[in-house]
Design a protein around this ligand. Structure first.
Ligand SMILES: *[C@@H]1O[C@H](CO)[C@@H](O)[C@H](O)[C@H]1NC(C)=O
Ligand SMILES: *[C@@H]1O[C@H](CO)[C@@H](O)[C@H](O)[C@H]1NC(C)=O
Ligand SMILES: *[C@@H]1O[C@H](CO)[C@@H](O)[C@H](O)[C@H]1NC(C)=O
Ligand SMILES: *[C@@H]1O[C@H](CO)[C@@H](O)[C@H](O)[C@H]1NC(C)=O
Ligand SMILES: *[C@@H]1O[C@H](CO)[C@@H](O)[C@H](O)[C@H]1NC(C)=O
Length: 437
């Protein structure tokens, strides 16, 4: 891994130089300039080289670092499908920043400063490793570095123009500093030192100041427009013979009432009803013990055949499967606003949310006698079709295309492009607020 890490660094330098000088000619970069903070390798590439030192639950994350964080291809001949682990978004995102057309080499001319710190990878030692009892240290080393190395970059705007990716839910980084010993998570987002920095996480807390939720990466990373369009055609023309699908863990379904249990019970009990016009009303894809996590075919195929995909909370309120289901053109069914509507406000706009998803308040199902299947069956087929069209329309916005993709595909905004655009806006607004004070 040491060789890989060294060549990656060389590649970073070459790519940053080539890409920033070559493409900025035709593009108006006013207000969009990003400076990439140079960090010592212990904050990024060393963490990749150490991929087997801190297990990701049980296995090492080494295989998922391949292809700049996309992971290994699902098959040798696959062009768009990878075994992507969401945790490696930090690497994938870094690689994409390197081909951003408005990179600046002068921090004092930049509108934003990107911190290529692989924070969630660094957090593994606190979450699962030997440093579990000192998780309040997470971020202090980085902060010391920012204050001591070229301190004017940080102090120019008190950190307000800095941003980073933290590829886990914010809950994993927001342990109160007063918890001794720690219960769960690091305290990165609780540190006053980083309060001004924009953190891009998979799930944000209800009233955060620092973080914004961005899409979990799926396994689909097309390199060109024809491959994206071919997938869109496949999704649009797929025969949906199953009304509803739940893909997720839950082998040990708890006995106490909760929405996953209600779904499971209803699903198992639908066989006696007439499914017309479908051939089946409900299907469960069992993803217990992480079997689906790096094996997209297990759930993508059933999702392509289903009209609706249930998105009950998993370990937290959000789930990667929300984005897999949009990718498959399977209309997501939510039970809480915080599962997506109030999270991914940059990528799934408030006004279109109702057109592309179904919302069923969980209380009505768990404690009332509302049947989810009845709600879905009552939606007229023309409306189902229209919702699916909307899902397919937003799909290109929630995928992370491959790095180095074709100019045709680059012309379409993907999850990364939207994140950068909105981060720059957010920083600009923040700086205006601060200077008005
Ligand atoms: C890599 O792992 C070793 C322990 O195996 C640890 O001592 C070292 O600090 C780690 N390096 C980084 C950059 O995390
Ligand atoms: C895929 O390609 C690699 C290297 O070319 C080879 O070692 C491997 O056996 C191939 N795998 C399959 C399933 O064909
Ligand atoms: C962390 O602290 C708890 C409680 O004080 C202790 O039981 C545990 O062994 C400690 N873990 C490590 C890895 O030091
Ligand atoms: C955060 O921003 C505020 C207002 O600009 C500033 O007073 C404060 O010092 C900043 N915090 C840090 C840790 O830089
Ligand atoms: C399924 O439905 C039958 C008949 O309506 C009912 O007796 C049974 O308890 C249900 N099963 C579950 C798991 O709810």
């Amino acid at each position: 891994m040491a060789a890989t890490s060294a060549s990656f660094v060389l590649f970073l330098i070459a790519a940053a130089f080539f890409l920033s000088s070559a493409t900025s000619l035709q593009i108006d970069c006013t207000g969009r300039q990003i400076y990439i903070r140079r960090l010592p390798p212990r904050f990024n590439t060393d963490l990749l080289a150490n991929c087997s030192a801190y297990p990701l639950f049980v296995e090492s994350f080494c295989p998922y670092t391949a292809n700049h964080g996309l992971g290994l291809k699902t098959h040798n001949r696959s062009q768009s499908w990878y075994r992507t682990d969401p945790l490696l978004l930090e690497l994938l995102f870094h690689r994409r920043v390197l081909e951003y057309p408005c990179l600046s080499t002068d921090p004092s001319a930049a509108d934003a400063v990107f911190l290529p710190y692989y924070s969630a990878l660094d957090a593994l030692k606190y979450l699962y490793g030997p440093e579990v009892n000192s998780s309040f240290n997470h971020g202090l080393d980085l902060h010391r570095f920012l204050l001591s190395d070229q301190p004017h970059i940080w102090s120019r705007r008190s950190g307000h123009d800095h941003f980073l990716v933290m590829a886990r839910p914010a809950w994993d980084f927001s342990q109160p500093l007063s918890n001794d010993p720690p219960i769960w998570g690091t305290s990165f987002l609780e540190l006053p030192d980083f309060l001004n920095v924009t953190a891009l996480t998979f799930e944000s807390r209800p009233w955060p100041w620092q973080e914004q939720a961005i899409p979990y990466p799926t396994s689909f990373h097309p390199p060109n427009l024809p491959l994206l369009n071919a997938w869109i055609r496949r999704v649009s023309s797929s025969r949906r013979t199953v009304l509803s699908l739940f893909a997720g863990g839950g082998g040990g379904i708890s006995a106490s009432p909760n929405i996953r249990r209600s779904i499971r019970i209803e699903c198992e009990n639908t066989s006696s009803f007439d499914p017309h016009p479908y051939s089946k009303l409900c299907e469960v894809v069992d993803c217990s013990n992480g079997v689906c996590e790096h094996d997209p075919i297990r759930y993508m195929k059933p999702m392509l055949q289903s009209a609706f995909c249930f998105q009950p909370p998993g370990d937290t309120l959000t789930r990667r499967s929300t984005f897999d289901s949009i990718l498959a053109g399977c209309i997501p069914v939510f039970f809480e606003d915080q599962s997506a509507r109030s999270q991914y406000t940059w990528h799934l706009l408030e006004e279109e949310f109702g057109e592309l998803s179904v919302f069923i308040p969980k209380e009505n199902v768990v404690y009332g006698d509302l049947k989810i299947i009845d709600v879905l069956m009552a939606i007229p087929s023309w409306k189902v079709r229209r919702m699916r069209e909307k899902v397919v329309e937003v799909m290109p916005r929630i995928i992370y295309r491959s790095h180095g993709s074709s100019p045709g595909l680059r012309a379409k905004k993907d999850a990364f492009d939207i994140t950068i655009e909105r981060t720059l806006e957010r920083i600009k607004t923040r700086l205006e607020e601060v200077s008005a004070q």
